[in-house]
Design a protein around this ligand. Structure first.
Ligand code: ADP
Ligand code: MG
Length: 332
Protein backbone atom coordinates (compact mmCIF):
# COMPACT_ATOMS: atom_id res chain seq x y z
CA UNK A 1 0.00 0.00 0.00
CA UNK A 2 2.91 2.33 0.79
CA UNK A 3 6.20 1.75 -0.96
CA UNK A 4 9.26 3.92 -0.47
CA UNK A 5 12.46 3.25 -2.36
CA UNK A 6 15.77 5.02 -1.80
CA UNK A 7 13.98 8.15 -0.68
CA UNK A 8 16.27 11.10 -0.11
CA UNK A 9 15.36 14.67 0.78
CA UNK A 10 17.89 17.42 1.08
CA UNK A 11 17.11 20.92 2.28
CA UNK A 12 19.69 23.55 1.41
CA UNK A 13 22.32 22.31 3.82
CA UNK A 14 20.60 19.51 5.70
CA UNK A 15 20.28 15.96 4.45
CA UNK A 16 16.96 15.37 6.22
CA UNK A 17 16.16 11.94 4.76
CA UNK A 18 18.98 9.75 3.57
CA UNK A 19 18.16 6.91 1.19
CA UNK A 20 15.40 5.15 3.11
CA UNK A 21 13.29 2.28 1.79
CA UNK A 22 10.32 0.53 3.36
CA UNK A 23 6.94 -0.94 2.57
CA UNK A 24 3.69 -0.94 4.51
CA UNK A 25 1.05 -3.53 3.70
CA UNK A 26 -2.65 -2.92 3.48
CA UNK A 27 -4.48 -2.66 6.79
CA UNK A 28 -1.34 -2.39 8.89
CA UNK A 29 -0.69 0.18 11.53
CA UNK A 30 2.94 1.15 11.53
CA UNK A 31 4.87 3.39 13.87
CA UNK A 32 7.42 5.73 12.42
CA UNK A 33 9.74 6.30 15.30
CA UNK A 34 12.73 8.56 15.74
CA UNK A 35 14.05 11.38 17.89
CA UNK A 36 13.30 14.99 17.02
CA UNK A 37 15.01 16.00 13.79
CA UNK A 38 15.23 12.38 12.55
CA UNK A 39 13.34 13.18 9.34
CA UNK A 40 9.86 11.87 10.16
CA UNK A 41 7.91 14.97 9.18
CA UNK A 42 9.96 15.40 6.02
CA UNK A 43 9.26 11.81 4.94
CA UNK A 44 5.54 12.27 5.62
CA UNK A 45 5.44 15.48 3.63
CA UNK A 46 6.98 13.65 0.69
CA UNK A 47 4.44 10.82 1.02
CA UNK A 48 1.59 13.33 1.04
CA UNK A 49 2.90 15.25 -2.01
CA UNK A 50 3.67 18.40 -0.03
CA UNK A 51 7.37 18.14 -0.83
CA UNK A 52 9.10 16.59 -3.84
CA UNK A 53 11.83 14.08 -3.02
CA UNK A 54 15.41 15.02 -3.96
CA UNK A 55 15.79 11.46 -5.23
CA UNK A 56 14.18 8.07 -4.82
CA UNK A 57 10.56 7.04 -5.16
CA UNK A 58 7.43 7.01 -3.05
CA UNK A 59 4.35 5.18 -4.12
CA UNK A 60 0.89 5.08 -2.51
CA UNK A 61 -1.65 2.46 -3.60
CA UNK A 62 0.22 2.06 -6.87
CA UNK A 63 0.53 5.78 -7.64
CA UNK A 64 3.79 7.68 -7.66
CA UNK A 65 3.83 10.91 -5.62
CA UNK A 66 5.56 12.84 -8.41
CA UNK A 67 3.71 11.37 -11.39
CA UNK A 68 0.17 11.11 -9.97
CA UNK A 69 -0.13 13.51 -7.04
CA UNK A 70 -3.89 13.89 -7.48
CA UNK A 71 -4.50 10.14 -7.33
CA UNK A 72 -2.22 9.93 -4.29
CA UNK A 73 -3.99 12.78 -2.48
CA UNK A 74 -7.36 11.19 -3.14
CA UNK A 75 -6.21 8.05 -1.32
CA UNK A 76 -4.55 9.58 1.71
CA UNK A 77 -5.71 11.36 4.80
CA UNK A 78 -3.05 13.52 6.37
CA UNK A 79 -2.86 14.88 9.87
CA UNK A 80 0.11 17.27 9.89
CA UNK A 81 2.00 18.14 13.08
CA UNK A 82 -0.22 21.21 13.37
CA UNK A 83 -3.72 20.30 12.15
CA UNK A 84 -5.04 22.65 9.44
CA UNK A 85 -7.98 23.94 11.48
CA UNK A 86 -9.87 27.21 11.17
CA UNK A 87 -10.52 28.51 14.70
CA UNK A 88 -13.39 30.75 13.63
CA UNK A 89 -15.36 27.87 12.12
CA UNK A 90 -17.76 25.55 13.89
CA UNK A 91 -16.88 21.87 13.84
CA UNK A 92 -19.75 20.80 11.55
CA UNK A 93 -19.17 23.74 9.24
CA UNK A 94 -15.45 23.00 9.00
CA UNK A 95 -15.88 19.28 8.30
CA UNK A 96 -18.51 20.01 5.67
CA UNK A 97 -16.14 22.49 4.05
CA UNK A 98 -13.20 20.06 4.04
CA UNK A 99 -15.41 17.20 2.83
CA UNK A 100 -16.58 19.22 -0.15
CA UNK A 101 -13.00 20.25 -0.92
CA UNK A 102 -12.11 16.58 -0.99
CA UNK A 103 -14.82 15.89 -3.52
CA UNK A 104 -17.66 14.47 -1.43
CA UNK A 105 -20.98 15.18 -3.16
CA UNK A 106 -23.66 17.42 -1.61
CA UNK A 107 -25.95 14.38 -1.43
CA UNK A 108 -23.48 12.45 0.76
CA UNK A 109 -21.83 15.18 2.77
CA UNK A 110 -24.20 15.39 5.73
CA UNK A 111 -24.21 11.64 6.30
CA UNK A 112 -20.45 11.49 5.98
CA UNK A 113 -19.85 14.38 8.41
CA UNK A 114 -22.15 12.71 10.95
CA UNK A 115 -20.30 9.45 10.47
CA UNK A 116 -16.83 10.84 11.13
CA UNK A 117 -18.07 12.90 14.06
CA UNK A 118 -19.40 9.69 15.56
CA UNK A 119 -16.21 7.82 14.81
CA UNK A 120 -14.02 10.52 16.35
CA UNK A 121 -16.40 11.16 19.28
CA UNK A 122 -16.83 14.86 18.59
CA UNK A 123 -20.62 14.94 18.17
CA UNK A 124 -21.03 16.79 21.45
CA UNK A 125 -18.98 19.75 20.18
CA UNK A 126 -20.46 19.84 16.68
CA UNK A 127 -21.71 23.43 16.99
CA UNK A 128 -18.72 24.79 18.91
CA UNK A 129 -16.09 27.07 17.43
CA UNK A 130 -12.89 25.12 16.77
CA UNK A 131 -10.87 27.88 18.45
CA UNK A 132 -12.72 27.20 21.70
CA UNK A 133 -12.00 23.47 21.79
CA UNK A 134 -9.51 21.74 24.07
CA UNK A 135 -6.35 20.33 22.49
CA UNK A 136 -7.72 16.79 22.67
CA UNK A 137 -10.91 17.72 20.85
CA UNK A 138 -8.99 19.72 18.28
CA UNK A 139 -6.78 16.74 17.57
CA UNK A 140 -9.88 14.59 17.04
CA UNK A 141 -11.33 17.17 14.67
CA UNK A 142 -7.96 16.98 12.88
CA UNK A 143 -8.37 13.22 12.60
CA UNK A 144 -11.96 13.62 11.41
CA UNK A 145 -10.81 15.86 8.54
CA UNK A 146 -8.13 13.29 7.67
CA UNK A 147 -10.63 10.42 7.34
CA UNK A 148 -13.66 12.25 5.95
CA UNK A 149 -13.14 11.06 2.36
CA UNK A 150 -12.55 7.53 3.62
CA UNK A 151 -8.97 7.29 2.34
CA UNK A 152 -7.09 3.99 2.08
CA UNK A 153 -4.04 5.41 3.79
CA UNK A 154 -3.74 7.59 6.87
CA UNK A 155 -0.55 9.53 7.49
CA UNK A 156 -0.51 10.98 10.97
CA UNK A 157 2.33 13.16 12.19
CA UNK A 158 2.68 12.88 15.97
CA UNK A 159 -1.07 12.46 16.52
CA UNK A 160 -0.77 12.31 20.30
CA UNK A 161 1.77 15.05 20.90
CA UNK A 162 0.70 17.59 23.49
CA UNK A 163 -2.22 15.53 24.76
CA UNK A 164 -2.76 14.46 28.34
CA UNK A 165 -2.68 10.74 29.25
CA UNK A 166 -6.46 10.31 29.06
CA UNK A 167 -6.62 11.97 25.66
CA UNK A 168 -3.69 9.84 24.47
CA UNK A 169 -5.58 6.67 25.37
CA UNK A 170 -8.68 7.92 23.54
CA UNK A 171 -6.71 8.70 20.37
CA UNK A 172 -4.95 5.35 20.62
CA UNK A 173 -8.27 3.51 20.81
CA UNK A 174 -9.59 5.53 17.90
CA UNK A 175 -6.55 4.66 15.78
CA UNK A 176 -6.90 0.98 16.59
CA UNK A 177 -10.53 1.08 15.48
CA UNK A 178 -9.44 2.67 12.19
CA UNK A 179 -6.71 0.12 11.40
CA UNK A 180 -7.85 -2.76 9.22
CA UNK A 181 -10.01 -0.56 7.02
CA UNK A 182 -7.17 1.88 6.65
CA UNK A 183 -3.43 1.53 6.35
CA UNK A 184 -1.94 3.81 8.96
CA UNK A 185 1.50 5.24 9.41
CA UNK A 186 1.94 7.39 12.48
CA UNK A 187 5.05 9.16 13.60
CA UNK A 188 6.15 9.62 17.15
CA UNK A 189 9.27 10.32 19.14
CA UNK A 190 7.72 8.57 22.13
CA UNK A 191 8.63 4.94 22.39
CA UNK A 192 5.74 3.67 24.43
CA UNK A 193 3.42 5.05 21.79
CA UNK A 194 4.42 2.49 19.14
CA UNK A 195 4.50 -0.27 21.73
CA UNK A 196 0.82 0.35 22.41
CA UNK A 197 -0.68 1.16 19.04
CA UNK A 198 1.47 -0.38 16.30
CA UNK A 199 2.10 -3.81 14.86
CA UNK A 200 5.31 -2.83 13.17
CA UNK A 201 7.83 -0.12 13.71
CA UNK A 202 10.13 1.73 11.37
CA UNK A 203 12.92 3.45 13.24
CA UNK A 204 14.89 6.32 11.76
CA UNK A 205 17.66 8.38 13.19
CA UNK A 206 19.46 11.29 11.52
CA UNK A 207 17.62 10.63 8.29
CA UNK A 208 18.69 7.03 8.09
CA UNK A 209 16.71 3.87 8.57
CA UNK A 210 17.92 1.90 11.56
CA UNK A 211 15.32 -0.86 11.84
CA UNK A 212 12.04 -2.20 10.52
CA UNK A 213 10.37 -5.01 12.39
CA UNK A 214 7.44 -6.03 14.50
CA UNK A 215 7.53 -4.62 18.00
CA UNK A 216 7.73 -8.15 19.41
CA UNK A 217 10.57 -9.23 17.10
CA UNK A 218 12.61 -6.13 17.72
CA UNK A 219 12.42 -6.76 21.40
CA UNK A 220 13.48 -10.36 21.04
CA UNK A 221 16.06 -9.83 18.35
CA UNK A 222 17.93 -7.28 20.34
CA UNK A 223 17.74 -9.20 23.47
CA UNK A 224 18.58 -12.45 21.68
CA UNK A 225 16.89 -14.35 24.44
CA UNK A 226 13.43 -14.25 25.89
CA UNK A 227 12.24 -13.47 29.36
CA UNK A 228 9.06 -14.99 30.71
CA UNK A 229 7.15 -14.00 33.79
CA UNK A 230 5.13 -16.77 35.35
CA UNK A 231 3.04 -17.43 38.41
CA UNK A 232 2.67 -20.84 39.96
CA UNK A 233 0.27 -22.06 42.59
CA UNK A 234 -0.79 -25.41 43.96
CA UNK A 235 -4.30 -26.77 44.42
CA UNK A 236 -3.61 -27.37 48.13
CA UNK A 237 -1.91 -24.07 48.93
CA UNK A 238 1.52 -22.70 48.22
CA UNK A 239 4.08 -24.84 46.41
CA UNK A 240 7.55 -25.06 47.91
CA UNK A 241 9.50 -22.11 46.44
CA UNK A 242 12.85 -23.90 46.30
CA UNK A 243 11.23 -26.86 44.65
CA UNK A 244 9.65 -24.69 41.94
CA UNK A 245 12.85 -22.73 41.41
CA UNK A 246 14.89 -25.90 40.93
CA UNK A 247 12.44 -27.45 38.49
CA UNK A 248 12.37 -24.28 36.40
CA UNK A 249 16.15 -24.11 36.36
CA UNK A 250 16.28 -27.63 34.95
CA UNK A 251 14.20 -26.73 31.87
CA UNK A 252 16.45 -26.92 28.78
CA UNK A 253 17.47 -23.51 27.48
CA UNK A 254 16.86 -21.68 30.75
CA UNK A 255 19.69 -19.41 31.82
CA UNK A 256 18.32 -17.76 34.91
CA UNK A 257 15.38 -18.02 37.29
CA UNK A 258 14.56 -15.19 39.66
CA UNK A 259 11.83 -15.41 42.26
CA UNK A 260 9.93 -12.12 42.21
CA UNK A 261 7.29 -12.64 44.84
CA UNK A 262 6.63 -15.41 47.35
CA UNK A 263 4.29 -13.60 49.73
CA UNK A 264 1.05 -15.02 48.39
CA UNK A 265 -0.14 -18.50 47.59
CA UNK A 266 0.99 -17.73 44.07
CA UNK A 267 4.74 -17.65 43.52
CA UNK A 268 5.95 -15.24 40.88
CA UNK A 269 9.10 -15.95 38.86
CA UNK A 270 10.96 -14.39 36.01
CA UNK A 271 12.79 -16.84 33.78
CA UNK A 272 15.32 -15.94 31.10
CA UNK A 273 16.34 -18.14 28.22
CA UNK A 274 19.72 -18.65 26.57
CA UNK A 275 20.18 -16.80 23.31
CA UNK A 276 17.84 -18.02 20.58
CA UNK A 277 16.06 -20.59 22.77
CA UNK A 278 12.31 -20.77 23.13
CA UNK A 279 11.37 -21.99 26.55
CA UNK A 280 7.74 -21.14 27.07
CA UNK A 281 6.24 -24.48 26.05
CA UNK A 282 8.70 -26.44 28.19
CA UNK A 283 8.18 -24.16 31.15
CA UNK A 284 4.43 -24.64 30.99
CA UNK A 285 4.79 -28.41 30.70
CA UNK A 286 7.21 -28.60 33.62
CA UNK A 287 4.88 -26.68 35.93
CA UNK A 288 1.83 -28.71 34.98
CA UNK A 289 3.65 -32.06 35.15
CA UNK A 290 4.79 -31.21 38.66
CA UNK A 291 1.11 -30.97 39.62
CA UNK A 292 1.04 -27.17 40.05
CA UNK A 293 -1.23 -24.64 38.38
CA UNK A 294 0.23 -22.16 35.96
CA UNK A 295 -1.88 -19.16 36.83
CA UNK A 296 -0.08 -16.69 34.62
CA UNK A 297 2.58 -16.65 31.91
CA UNK A 298 3.63 -13.74 29.77
CA UNK A 299 6.63 -12.46 27.88
CA UNK A 300 8.52 -9.63 29.44
CA UNK A 301 10.41 -7.89 26.67
CA UNK A 302 12.98 -5.20 26.67
CA UNK A 303 11.34 -1.85 26.68
CA UNK A 304 11.54 -0.02 23.38
CA UNK A 305 13.55 2.56 25.24
CA UNK A 306 16.35 0.01 25.63
CA UNK A 307 16.03 -1.08 22.02
CA UNK A 308 16.08 2.42 20.75
CA UNK A 309 19.23 3.25 22.65
CA UNK A 310 20.88 0.12 21.31
CA UNK A 311 19.93 0.96 17.74
CA UNK A 312 20.65 4.64 17.68
CA UNK A 313 23.11 4.91 20.51
CA UNK A 314 26.56 3.83 19.32
CA UNK A 315 26.59 5.95 16.19
CA UNK A 316 25.47 9.03 18.00
CA UNK A 317 28.01 8.31 20.68
CA UNK A 318 30.77 7.96 18.05
CA UNK A 319 29.82 11.25 16.52
CA UNK A 320 29.74 12.90 19.89
CA UNK A 321 33.17 11.49 20.70
CA UNK A 322 34.55 12.74 17.41
CA UNK A 323 33.08 16.14 18.10
CA UNK A 324 34.47 16.16 21.63
CA UNK A 325 37.89 15.14 20.34
CA UNK A 326 37.77 17.87 17.75
CA UNK A 327 36.87 20.43 20.37
CA UNK A 328 39.71 19.25 22.58
CA UNK A 329 42.03 19.46 19.58
CA UNK A 330 40.87 22.99 18.85
CA UNK A 331 41.68 24.00 22.38
CA UNK A 332 45.26 22.82 22.13
N1 ADP B 1 11.97 23.47 5.71
C1 ADP B 1 13.17 23.08 6.15
N2 ADP B 1 14.29 23.70 5.75
C2 ADP B 1 15.52 23.31 6.17
N3 ADP B 1 15.71 22.27 7.03
C3 ADP B 1 14.64 21.61 7.47
C4 ADP B 1 13.31 21.98 7.07
N4 ADP B 1 12.43 21.15 7.68
C5 ADP B 1 13.17 20.30 8.42
N5 ADP B 1 14.50 20.59 8.30
C6 ADP B 1 15.60 19.83 8.94
O1 ADP B 1 15.52 18.48 8.49
C7 ADP B 1 15.80 17.56 9.55
C8 ADP B 1 14.61 16.63 9.73
O2 ADP B 1 13.50 17.36 10.22
P1 ADP B 1 12.05 16.73 10.41
O3 ADP B 1 11.69 15.98 9.19
O4 ADP B 1 11.15 17.82 10.84
O5 ADP B 1 12.32 15.71 11.60
P2 ADP B 1 11.29 15.08 12.67
O6 ADP B 1 9.91 15.26 12.17
O7 ADP B 1 11.73 13.65 12.76
O8 ADP B 1 11.53 15.79 13.95
C9 ADP B 1 16.10 18.42 10.76
O9 ADP B 1 17.50 18.53 10.86
C10 ADP B 1 15.47 19.74 10.45
O10 ADP B 1 16.14 20.79 11.09
MG1 MG C 1 8.29 16.11 13.07
Amino acid sequence: MIKVEGLTKRYARTLAVDNISFEVEKGQIVGFLGPNGAGKTTTMRVLTCFLPPTSGKANIAGFDVLENPLEVKRRIGYLPETPPLYPEMEVVEYLTFVGKLKGISSADIKRRVDEVMGRCAIGDVRDKLIGKLSKGYRQRVGLAQAIIHNPDVLILDEPTSGLDPKQIIEIRELLKSLAGDHTIILSTHILSEVEHSCERVIIISQGRLVAIDSVANLTNRLRGSEAVALEVEAADGRPNPTDVQQRLEQVPGVSRVVMKDSRNARLAFEVESLQGRHIRADLARTVVNAGWNLSEMRAVGLSLEDIFLQLTGPEQKDQKEQKDQKEQGDQK
